[in-house]
Design a protein around this ligand. Structure first.
Ligand code: Z5A
Length: 216
């Protein structure tokens, strides 16, 4: 069976990962590499509904346990309905947030036990990303960017500085432990500089590299 490549994009609030994800998708398009772009929460039909519940901007108190289980439910559906079928077709799957978000936000931010979260992640989906790009920057800088969008704050964005710092700390810890899977990109620079760093670190791992060589 041909297997595609599963790439996840992670980072704290306002890290610019979505901007870079779109640029990578444009590069894959340019080289005619079959791919899909998806995200969590929100990548399947069901999760479009779930997303409203999880990230609602209304003054509605969601229990941390409820939040965690909704993210996991979203993942189970998303992987089965969207990610695995695309990988089976040999596509590159580019996904905005995945299971490391659960470890960073529910573990670092909300304080759930890491061992428990790993078991729950495994229960929702045993699928591991082949590659994870972590866009890292000081949380203050990211929050300034996110606020600059002027869209109002969602539930996570309303959390305090300590919450977001704990999220960043967990991301960096996982990246240190899983060097083979993680590529850490300095997100505290211009869009263009981030893009160049991302491509430089990623290019040899992409099917683009093989296509480029064939054409040369
Ligand atoms: N979550 C969770 O808790 N547990 C889970 O298991 C999962 C998720 C899967 C999803 O939010 C929330 O769910 C997320 C974690 C939680 N909450 N937080 N925080 P979302 O999908 O609504 O959004 P997001 O994933 O958090 O994205 P973001 O932080 O809002 O944006 P971003 O992807 O990091 O960045 P961006 O959209 O590309 O850029 C943000 C702004 O900065 C935008 O105006 C850009 O034009 C600007 N930008 C981008 N790059 C630059 C540079 N280099 N310089 C200056 N300005 C820039």
């Amino acid at each position: 069976m041909t297997k595609g490549l599963f790439i996840t994009f992670e980072g704290t609030e306002g890290s610019g990962k979505t901007t870079q994800l779109r640029l990578l998708a444009a590069l894959l398009n340019k080289y005619g590499i079959p791919h899909i772009v998806t995200r969590e929460p929100g990548g399947s039909r069901l999760s479009t509904q779930l997303r409203r519940w999880i990230l609602n901007k209304l003054d509605y108190k969601l229990m941390p346990q409820t939040e965690l289980l909704l993210f996991l439910a979203d993942r189970a559906q998303h992987v089965g309905e969207v990610v695995e079928p695309a990988l089976k077709q040999g596509k590159v799957v580019v996904c905005d947030r995945y299971s490391d978000s659960t470890l960073a936000y529910q573990g670092g931010g909300r304080g759930f036990d890491m061992k428990l979260l790993k078991i729950l992640n495994q229960a929702a989906s045993g699928l591991k990303p082949d590659l994870t790009l972590l866009f890292d920057l000081p949380v203050e800088a990211g929050l300034r960017r996110a606020l600059g969008r002027g869209q109002g704050k969602d539930r996570m964005e309303r959390e305090g500085l300590q919450f977001h710092k704990a999220v960043r700390r967990v991301y960096l810890e996982i990246a240190r432990k899983e060097k083979g899977r993680f590529i850490v990109v300095n997100a505290n620079q211009s869009r263009e500089a981030i893009y160049h760093e991302m491509i430089e670190k990623l290019i040899d791992r992409l099917p683009v590299a093989k296509k480029g060589k064939k054409r040369a």
